[in-house]
Design a protein around this ligand. Structure first.
Ligand SMILES: [Zn+2]
Length: 315
Protein backbone atom coordinates (compact mmCIF):
# COMPACT_ATOMS: atom_id res chain seq x y z
CA UNK A 1 0.00 0.00 0.00
CA UNK A 2 1.42 3.38 -0.92
CA UNK A 3 0.25 6.85 0.01
CA UNK A 4 0.84 9.06 -2.99
CA UNK A 5 1.75 12.72 -2.59
CA UNK A 6 -0.46 15.25 -4.31
CA UNK A 7 0.62 15.51 -7.96
CA UNK A 8 0.52 19.28 -8.28
CA UNK A 9 1.30 19.08 -11.99
CA UNK A 10 -1.84 17.04 -12.66
CA UNK A 11 -3.99 19.56 -10.76
CA UNK A 12 -2.41 22.36 -12.77
CA UNK A 13 -3.09 20.58 -16.05
CA UNK A 14 -6.73 19.99 -15.11
CA UNK A 15 -7.16 23.67 -14.25
CA UNK A 16 -5.42 24.91 -17.39
CA UNK A 17 -7.18 22.56 -19.81
CA UNK A 18 -9.76 25.25 -20.52
CA UNK A 19 -12.60 22.77 -20.14
CA UNK A 20 -15.19 23.42 -17.40
CA UNK A 21 -15.28 20.54 -14.98
CA UNK A 22 -18.52 20.41 -13.06
CA UNK A 23 -17.11 18.02 -10.47
CA UNK A 24 -14.09 20.25 -9.78
CA UNK A 25 -14.27 21.42 -6.17
CA UNK A 26 -16.41 18.44 -5.12
CA UNK A 27 -14.72 16.95 -2.06
CA UNK A 28 -15.84 13.39 -2.78
CA UNK A 29 -13.35 10.82 -4.07
CA UNK A 30 -13.43 8.30 -6.87
CA UNK A 31 -12.73 4.66 -6.14
CA UNK A 32 -10.76 3.66 -9.24
CA UNK A 33 -10.33 -0.02 -10.16
CA UNK A 34 -8.30 -1.33 -13.10
CA UNK A 35 -8.36 -4.98 -14.23
CA UNK A 36 -5.51 -6.08 -16.49
CA UNK A 37 -4.06 -9.47 -17.38
CA UNK A 38 -0.84 -8.63 -15.51
CA UNK A 39 -2.02 -6.42 -12.65
CA UNK A 40 -5.11 -5.57 -10.63
CA UNK A 41 -4.99 -2.00 -9.29
CA UNK A 42 -7.23 0.11 -7.08
CA UNK A 43 -6.94 3.62 -5.68
CA UNK A 44 -8.68 6.74 -4.45
CA UNK A 45 -8.54 9.69 -6.85
CA UNK A 46 -9.85 13.25 -6.46
CA UNK A 47 -11.93 15.06 -9.09
CA UNK A 48 -8.75 16.87 -10.15
CA UNK A 49 -6.66 13.72 -10.53
CA UNK A 50 -4.93 13.68 -7.15
CA UNK A 51 -4.28 10.08 -6.04
CA UNK A 52 -4.10 9.55 -2.28
CA UNK A 53 -4.17 5.77 -1.91
CA UNK A 54 -3.25 3.09 -4.39
CA UNK A 55 -2.49 -0.58 -4.22
CA UNK A 56 -1.98 -3.37 -6.72
CA UNK A 57 -1.42 -7.11 -6.97
CA UNK A 58 -0.26 -9.46 -9.71
CA UNK A 59 -3.28 -10.86 -11.54
CA UNK A 60 -3.65 -14.52 -10.53
CA UNK A 61 -4.46 -17.19 -13.11
CA UNK A 62 -7.44 -18.34 -11.05
CA UNK A 63 -9.44 -16.63 -8.32
CA UNK A 64 -9.25 -13.22 -10.02
CA UNK A 65 -12.45 -11.94 -8.41
CA UNK A 66 -11.37 -13.01 -4.91
CA UNK A 67 -8.06 -11.17 -5.36
CA UNK A 68 -9.83 -8.08 -6.71
CA UNK A 69 -12.37 -8.11 -3.87
CA UNK A 70 -9.60 -8.21 -1.25
CA UNK A 71 -7.71 -5.42 -3.02
CA UNK A 72 -10.74 -3.11 -3.19
CA UNK A 73 -11.59 -3.75 0.48
CA UNK A 74 -7.99 -2.90 1.45
CA UNK A 75 -8.03 0.39 -0.45
CA UNK A 76 -11.40 1.43 0.98
CA UNK A 77 -10.23 0.53 4.50
CA UNK A 78 -6.98 2.47 4.06
CA UNK A 79 -8.66 5.83 3.43
CA UNK A 80 -8.14 8.45 6.09
CA UNK A 81 -10.88 10.50 7.77
CA UNK A 82 -9.90 13.33 5.44
CA UNK A 83 -10.69 11.20 2.37
CA UNK A 84 -13.62 9.17 3.64
CA UNK A 85 -16.31 10.42 1.22
CA UNK A 86 -16.32 8.17 -1.85
CA UNK A 87 -18.81 9.52 -4.40
CA UNK A 88 -18.09 7.51 -7.52
CA UNK A 89 -16.58 4.24 -8.67
CA UNK A 90 -14.94 3.75 -12.07
CA UNK A 91 -13.81 0.34 -13.32
CA UNK A 92 -11.70 -0.33 -16.40
CA UNK A 93 -11.07 -3.81 -17.77
CA UNK A 94 -9.28 -5.32 -20.73
CA UNK A 95 -11.83 -5.82 -23.52
CA UNK A 96 -14.06 -6.94 -24.89
CA UNK A 97 -16.69 -5.68 -22.47
CA UNK A 98 -20.43 -5.98 -22.92
CA UNK A 99 -22.43 -2.89 -22.14
CA UNK A 100 -25.08 -2.11 -21.05
CA UNK A 101 -25.07 -5.56 -19.38
CA UNK A 102 -21.85 -4.74 -17.47
CA UNK A 103 -20.16 -8.03 -18.37
CA UNK A 104 -16.51 -8.52 -19.37
CA UNK A 105 -14.78 -11.22 -21.44
CA UNK A 106 -11.13 -10.07 -21.55
CA UNK A 107 -9.24 -11.83 -24.33
CA UNK A 108 -6.17 -12.71 -22.24
CA UNK A 109 -8.02 -13.59 -19.01
CA UNK A 110 -9.88 -16.90 -19.45
CA UNK A 111 -11.01 -16.84 -15.80
CA UNK A 112 -13.22 -13.78 -16.37
CA UNK A 113 -15.21 -14.76 -19.47
CA UNK A 114 -18.78 -13.44 -19.25
CA UNK A 115 -18.12 -12.11 -15.73
CA UNK A 116 -20.60 -9.53 -14.40
CA UNK A 117 -17.87 -7.17 -13.24
CA UNK A 118 -19.87 -3.94 -13.00
CA UNK A 119 -22.61 -5.50 -10.88
CA UNK A 120 -20.15 -7.31 -8.59
CA UNK A 121 -18.14 -4.13 -7.96
CA UNK A 122 -21.35 -2.14 -7.39
CA UNK A 123 -22.53 -4.70 -4.82
CA UNK A 124 -19.12 -4.74 -3.13
CA UNK A 125 -18.84 -0.95 -2.82
CA UNK A 126 -22.54 0.00 -2.62
CA UNK A 127 -21.89 2.55 -5.39
CA UNK A 128 -23.22 2.36 -8.97
CA UNK A 129 -19.97 1.63 -10.79
CA UNK A 130 -19.15 2.82 -14.32
CA UNK A 131 -17.46 0.27 -16.62
CA UNK A 132 -15.15 1.16 -19.51
CA UNK A 133 -12.49 -0.65 -21.51
CA UNK A 134 -8.95 0.08 -20.33
CA UNK A 135 -8.28 1.67 -23.71
CA UNK A 136 -11.17 4.12 -23.45
CA UNK A 137 -10.12 4.93 -19.89
CA UNK A 138 -6.55 5.66 -21.03
CA UNK A 139 -7.78 7.81 -23.91
CA UNK A 140 -9.95 9.89 -21.56
CA UNK A 141 -7.13 10.18 -18.99
CA UNK A 142 -4.76 11.51 -21.69
CA UNK A 143 -7.50 13.90 -22.82
CA UNK A 144 -8.12 15.23 -19.28
CA UNK A 145 -4.72 15.04 -17.62
CA UNK A 146 -2.13 14.48 -20.36
CA UNK A 147 -1.39 18.18 -20.87
CA UNK A 148 -1.86 17.93 -24.65
CA UNK A 149 -3.03 20.86 -26.76
CA UNK A 150 -6.86 20.57 -26.56
CA UNK A 151 -7.12 21.14 -30.33
CA UNK A 152 -5.11 17.92 -30.79
CA UNK A 153 -6.50 15.92 -27.85
CA UNK A 154 -10.11 16.49 -28.93
CA UNK A 155 -9.36 14.47 -32.10
CA UNK A 156 -7.07 11.72 -30.89
CA UNK A 157 -6.25 8.02 -31.20
CA UNK A 158 -4.57 6.20 -28.28
CA UNK A 159 -2.96 2.75 -28.65
CA UNK A 160 -1.51 1.00 -25.57
CA UNK A 161 0.60 -2.00 -26.62
CA UNK A 162 1.58 -4.19 -23.67
CA UNK A 163 0.73 -7.83 -22.91
CA UNK A 164 -2.72 -7.00 -24.22
CA UNK A 165 -3.40 -4.25 -26.74
CA UNK A 166 -5.92 -1.59 -25.74
CA UNK A 167 -6.93 1.73 -27.18
CA UNK A 168 -9.53 4.41 -27.53
CA UNK A 169 -10.53 7.18 -29.90
CA UNK A 170 -11.58 10.72 -28.98
CA UNK A 171 -13.77 12.48 -31.57
CA UNK A 172 -14.91 16.09 -31.03
CA UNK A 173 -13.65 15.89 -27.43
CA UNK A 174 -15.71 12.80 -26.55
CA UNK A 175 -14.61 9.19 -26.28
CA UNK A 176 -16.34 6.91 -28.80
CA UNK A 177 -18.16 4.04 -27.03
CA UNK A 178 -20.07 2.20 -29.76
CA UNK A 179 -22.92 -0.26 -29.30
CA UNK A 180 -21.29 -2.47 -26.64
CA UNK A 181 -18.58 -0.12 -25.31
CA UNK A 182 -15.73 -1.56 -27.40
CA UNK A 183 -15.29 1.11 -30.07
CA UNK A 184 -11.88 2.67 -30.58
CA UNK A 185 -9.55 -0.26 -29.92
CA UNK A 186 -7.26 -0.81 -32.92
CA UNK A 187 -6.03 -4.24 -31.66
CA UNK A 188 -7.97 -6.15 -34.31
CA UNK A 189 -7.57 -3.81 -37.25
CA UNK A 190 -6.20 -5.91 -40.14
CA UNK A 191 -2.61 -4.91 -40.91
CA UNK A 192 -1.38 -7.95 -42.86
CA UNK A 193 -3.58 -9.77 -45.36
CA UNK A 194 -1.07 -12.35 -46.67
CA UNK A 195 -0.06 -15.03 -44.15
CA UNK A 196 -0.85 -12.76 -41.20
CA UNK A 197 0.12 -13.92 -37.72
CA UNK A 198 -2.56 -15.77 -35.73
CA UNK A 199 -4.42 -13.60 -33.22
CA UNK A 200 -5.99 -14.51 -29.86
CA UNK A 201 -9.36 -13.42 -31.30
CA UNK A 202 -9.31 -16.41 -33.68
CA UNK A 203 -8.49 -14.38 -36.77
CA UNK A 204 -5.14 -13.62 -38.39
CA UNK A 205 -3.33 -10.52 -39.57
CA UNK A 206 -4.69 -8.33 -36.72
CA UNK A 207 -2.47 -5.64 -35.16
CA UNK A 208 -2.37 -7.42 -31.78
CA UNK A 209 0.07 -10.30 -32.55
CA UNK A 210 2.47 -7.79 -34.17
CA UNK A 211 2.64 -5.41 -31.19
CA UNK A 212 1.71 -7.37 -28.03
CA UNK A 213 4.72 -7.69 -25.72
CA UNK A 214 3.84 -11.30 -24.97
CA UNK A 215 3.48 -12.26 -28.64
CA UNK A 216 6.70 -10.50 -29.67
CA UNK A 217 8.81 -12.00 -26.87
CA UNK A 218 7.44 -15.46 -27.67
CA UNK A 219 8.35 -14.93 -31.33
CA UNK A 220 11.93 -13.68 -30.75
CA UNK A 221 12.54 -15.79 -27.63
CA UNK A 222 14.25 -12.96 -25.72
CA UNK A 223 13.31 -9.75 -23.86
CA UNK A 224 11.94 -7.01 -26.06
CA UNK A 225 14.76 -4.58 -25.23
CA UNK A 226 17.08 -7.00 -27.07
CA UNK A 227 14.83 -7.27 -30.11
CA UNK A 228 16.54 -7.12 -33.52
CA UNK A 229 16.08 -3.97 -35.61
CA UNK A 230 13.88 -5.91 -38.05
CA UNK A 231 11.31 -6.54 -35.31
CA UNK A 232 11.32 -2.86 -34.29
CA UNK A 233 10.80 -1.89 -37.92
CA UNK A 234 7.94 -4.36 -38.42
CA UNK A 235 6.24 -3.33 -35.16
CA UNK A 236 6.42 0.34 -36.18
CA UNK A 237 5.13 -0.35 -39.68
CA UNK A 238 2.13 -2.31 -38.37
CA UNK A 239 1.27 0.39 -35.82
CA UNK A 240 1.57 3.01 -38.57
CA UNK A 241 -0.77 1.05 -40.85
CA UNK A 242 -3.43 0.75 -38.13
CA UNK A 243 -3.11 4.40 -37.09
CA UNK A 244 -3.31 5.71 -40.67
CA UNK A 245 -6.40 3.57 -41.30
CA UNK A 246 -8.16 4.80 -38.16
CA UNK A 247 -7.06 8.44 -38.55
CA UNK A 248 -8.57 8.70 -42.02
CA UNK A 249 -11.90 7.39 -40.67
CA UNK A 250 -12.02 9.41 -37.45
CA UNK A 251 -10.47 12.64 -38.81
CA UNK A 252 -7.77 12.52 -36.11
CA UNK A 253 -5.02 15.02 -35.43
CA UNK A 254 -2.96 13.20 -32.80
CA UNK A 255 -2.03 9.53 -32.32
CA UNK A 256 -0.50 8.51 -28.97
CA UNK A 257 1.28 5.20 -28.46
CA UNK A 258 2.32 3.72 -25.12
CA UNK A 259 2.73 0.54 -23.09
CA UNK A 260 5.50 -1.98 -22.45
CA UNK A 261 6.15 -2.66 -26.15
CA UNK A 262 6.67 1.04 -26.89
CA UNK A 263 8.93 1.42 -23.83
CA UNK A 264 10.86 -1.76 -24.68
CA UNK A 265 11.57 -0.84 -28.31
CA UNK A 266 12.63 2.72 -27.47
CA UNK A 267 12.25 6.10 -29.20
CA UNK A 268 13.29 4.64 -32.56
CA UNK A 269 9.95 2.82 -32.64
CA UNK A 270 8.02 6.10 -32.47
CA UNK A 271 10.08 7.40 -35.40
CA UNK A 272 9.16 4.34 -37.50
CA UNK A 273 5.46 4.70 -36.57
CA UNK A 274 5.49 8.40 -37.49
CA UNK A 275 7.25 7.69 -40.81
CA UNK A 276 4.86 4.87 -41.78
CA UNK A 277 1.80 6.87 -40.71
CA UNK A 278 2.92 9.87 -42.80
CA UNK A 279 3.55 7.64 -45.82
CA UNK A 280 0.05 6.15 -45.64
CA UNK A 281 -2.01 9.14 -44.47
CA UNK A 282 -1.97 11.26 -47.63
CA UNK A 283 -5.40 12.88 -47.52
CA UNK A 284 -5.60 16.65 -47.10
CA UNK A 285 -7.40 16.42 -43.73
CA UNK A 286 -4.52 14.32 -42.33
CA UNK A 287 -1.68 16.73 -43.11
CA UNK A 288 -1.46 17.83 -39.44
CA UNK A 289 -1.65 14.27 -38.03
CA UNK A 290 1.12 13.80 -35.46
CA UNK A 291 2.41 10.66 -33.66
CA UNK A 292 3.73 10.92 -30.10
CA UNK A 293 4.03 8.83 -26.94
CA UNK A 294 1.51 8.96 -24.09
CA UNK A 295 2.15 11.59 -21.41
CA UNK A 296 0.89 9.63 -18.39
CA UNK A 297 3.08 6.97 -16.78
CA UNK A 298 2.22 4.21 -14.30
CA UNK A 299 -0.65 6.31 -12.91
CA UNK A 300 -2.39 6.19 -16.32
CA UNK A 301 -4.57 3.09 -15.80
CA UNK A 302 -6.05 4.23 -12.47
CA UNK A 303 -6.55 7.78 -13.74
CA UNK A 304 -8.37 6.18 -16.68
CA UNK A 305 -10.70 4.32 -14.32
CA UNK A 306 -11.30 7.51 -12.32
CA UNK A 307 -12.03 9.64 -15.39
CA UNK A 308 -14.46 6.98 -16.64
CA UNK A 309 -16.62 7.66 -13.58
CA UNK A 310 -16.06 11.45 -13.49
CA UNK A 311 -16.92 11.90 -17.17
CA UNK A 312 -20.37 10.39 -16.52
CA UNK A 313 -20.79 12.41 -13.32
CA UNK A 314 -20.40 15.71 -15.14
CA UNK A 315 -22.93 15.01 -17.87
ZN1 LIG B 1 -7.56 -10.27 -33.59
Amino acid sequence: MTAVPSPASIDAVARSSGRPNRVQGDDRWVLAVDVGCQRLSAGLVSASGQMVVRDRVTTPTRGVWSALERLVRRVVAARSAEHDRIGWCGVTCEGPIEEPAGRVSPLSMPALQGFELRQRISELTDIDAVLETRGNGRAMAERWFGGHDPDDADHMIVVIASESVDGGVIVDGQVVHGRTGNAGNLAHVLVELDDGLACLCGGSGCLMPYVSTRALEAEINRPLRRAPASIRERTGVMLGRAIATAASSFDSRLALIGGATVAGLGPELTEVVARETAQRAKLSHLQDLRVDTVALGPEGPLLGAAVSALSRARR
